[in-house]
Design a protein around this ligand. Structure first.
Ligand SMILES: Nc1nc2c(ncn2[C@@H]2O[C@H](COP(=O)(O)OP(=O)(O)OP(=O)(O)O)[C@@H](O)[C@H]2O)c(=O)[nH]1
Ligand SMILES: C=C(OP(=O)(O)O)C(=O)O
Length: 275
């Protein structure tokens, strides 16, 4: 049996506006994390035996440059009419400009994605003209595939599992594909993705925001944290107040926001880590 070959279409809003539901858990690093998820998703996808290429639909120049470095063909978000229009545009481009046969739209927020699990899903999709995989919650969709010459007809957004089923696409289930189904919209989703194991870019981005409380003086509302590489970094009362905490105990895991680099790196906010 030959291995089916799909060209994936992956949509990404400009990171500055993406992943708004993650803001309470990750604060100012949300745009960087949204891009990290997409880069890890593209990297893992391109290592699946069933993926011939990835088309990323993204209007943001900086994000687009990084997605291209990761190996995606990046195209602008035409006609700028939302997610499904972007996916239609990506699928048409894949076929007209890249000569793609089978295409699949896939979420950009799968930081735990394993290539072998994606291979399993695309192999399962291949016998059907159109097929889809629901997200872990069973409400949305993480992947919609269409065979050569078949219109993708994406209906992503909100409760898209029901829409894709009603459109005649075959639902793929059950499958051993937890990392494909694990899209990350909230801090709770991120905790589950971390337990599955996330890609290197997501891990590095999270590493910039995580630390452990080391010392804290209630009198001055200041103290020190230990970064995960063992470096100690001080925080002052302004940073403590910015995080909205009442007290801090040594050993608690914290989320920090910083400015500057190296010896100049300074904590601007410290709060408890919630994912
Ligand atoms: N290119 C493109 N991608 C989009 C558009 N709308 C949404 N997306 C992407 O489609 C996926 C699902 O989008 P949403 O659930 O609406 O947004 P999100 O950024 O994941 O998260 P929230 O802001 O929390 O809703 C994400 O990868 C988005 O970046 C669009 O108009 N154009
Ligand atoms: C766009 C979708 O997902 P989410 O809003 O969960 O990112 C979807 O599942 O169709």
């Amino acid at each position: 049996m030959t291995t089916p070959q799909y060209t994936l279409v992956i949509p990404l809003k400009p990171p500055a506006t993406a992943k708004s539901r993650l803001a309470p858990a990750v604060g100012a690093l949300r745009p960087e994390l949204a891009l990290a998820f997409a880069l890890d998703t593209v990297d893992a996808a391109l290592r699946s035996a069933c993926v011939a290429g990835v088309v990323a639909v993204c209007d943001d120049p900086a994000a687009g440059a990084e997605l291209a470095l990761a190996g995606a063909v990046v195209i602008p978000d035409a006609p700028a009419a939302g997610l499904n229009a972007a996916l239609n545009h990506g699928a048409e481009y894949a076929r007209s400009a890249l000569g793609a046969g089978a295409v699949a739209a896939m979420s950009a927020d799968l930081p735990a994605l394993l290539p072998a699990e994606l291979t399993r899903v695309l192999t399962a999709a291949h016998p059907f003209p159109r097929a889809f995989l629901a997200d872990t919650q069973g409400v949305g969709t993480v992947l919609l595939a269409a065979g050569a010459g078949v219109r993708l007809a994406p209906a992503f957004g909100g409760e898209s599992r029901a829409r894709h089923a009603a459109s005649g696409a075959v639902e793929l289930t059950p499958l051993d594909a937890a990392t494909v189904r694990r899209d990350v919209d909230t801090g709770a989703d991120l905790a589950v993705a971390l337990a599955l194991g996330v890609g290197p870019r997501t891990l590095a981005t999270l590493g910039r925001m995580q630390a452990t409380a080391y010392t804290y003086s209630p009198d001055s509302r200041s103290g020190q944290v230990l970064l995960d590489d063992g470096t100690a970094l001080k925080f002052d009362a302004a940073a403590f107040d910015a995080g909205g905490l009442r007290l801090l105990r040594p050993g608690q895991r914290v989320r920090i926001e910083t400015e500057g680099e190296g010896g100049e790196r300074r904590i601007t906010l410290i709060t408890l880590q919630t994912f």
